[in-house]
Design a protein around this ligand. Sequence first.
Ligand SMILES: [Zn+2]
Length: 151
Amino acid sequence: MKWMIKFRKFMEGRYGSDELGKFLLFLALIPMLLSTVCALLVPFSKVFFFLAFALWIIGVASVVLSVCRALSKKVHLRMAENRKYLKLRTAFLNECTGVFMRFKERKTHVYKKCPHCKAILRLPRKPGKHSVTCRGCGYRFRMTVRKWRFL
Ligand SMILES: [Zn+2]
């Protein structure tokens, strides 16, 4: 395969694909799909033509950005971007898991932020006044837990 060797040579010293690049490509799909829907609605109103065009530009820009990153020779900068993206993604997924767990255990547990170190404490939902000791920093504080109610 001659073109494979050529391609490999071309990519030498270039950054290539990473998680952020894949995410940008995936992100491009959303405005592209919306653009298609708008294009179908053009007979109803001229506004949809401009909307479809604008969305298409956004989608293309996202693809171009992803490709430019892959072809970039500033590998360190691209790696730093990817690290930042992964950090944000992890924080976002943790937040989602947290919200889900709180909802799932809403009748049996309460979640309370430690006023000192901001760690999230998971406590059994026993109605009444309690003295709580943070497992992370040892800070003691008082809190009132009420019975679970729908509203
Ligand atoms: Zn604490």
